[in-house]
Design a protein around this ligand. Sequence first.
Ligand SMILES: [Zn+2]
Length: 108
Amino acid sequence: MNCKRAVQLVPAFLKDELDTDDLRDFIEHVDTCEECREELTIEFLVKEGIIHLESGEVFDLGRELGARMKAANHRLRIRENVKIIYYAISGLVAVELVTVILILVFLY
Ligand SMILES: [Zn+2]
């Protein structure tokens, strides 16, 4: 993912609207790209900071964004595990079908 794409995805990331592939690429990019991390921090501050300011709560930007990134990583891992389990099950079903067909072919 390039910087232009990453910056485009920041609002969707903050709204939890990225699909699994975009989310993975986005996290990978932001982890390694200082500029895009800065962009994310600014947009996060604008979006979340104002809400907290209005409510009068103390807002720890670094901690809040860190928690957000951790939650996103966690969601990504769950989604990828679900995908793996899904493929594993489809694979097993396919193997069972082939087995049943082979048994039928040899028996009849
Ligand atoms: Zn970048």
